[in-house]
Design a protein around this ligand. Sequence first.
Ligand SMILES: [Zn+2]
Length: 133
Amino acid sequence: MAAVIAQTALLLQQRLSTASEEEAIKTIADMYGSRAKRALEAVMQGKVKKYVFTPSGDVIWCVVGREREYLVIPYCYCSCEDHLMSVVVNRSVPFCYHILAVLVAQITRRYKEIVGEDLTYYRVIRELLESTL
Ligand SMILES: [Zn+2]
């Protein structure tokens, strides 16, 4: 899975260097259909968040979904049900739309950054995972 996501990131970066952002994003949308559409909408609507903890500099990514926020480990994990069922269990797709949204947000630098103290790191993770399954 990580290789597919890395290839997607590379393709998006290449397109962004030679074409407009709109065209680059369209390329990704053409490749991944509805999941890509939802990912791009999430990015455009500012639903991707980057928590940065100090003084360690540790980072947590999350995407605000319809019902709650999902913890995303770039390139490998999302706490949503689609990731568990479609990516891990059925292996029908390489990633859920949240993982793609974080990828696009990182490349386009469109995300909300929230800075917090290291003491709150595990509380944030716990809250993001609390309602999983
Ligand atoms: Zn997900």
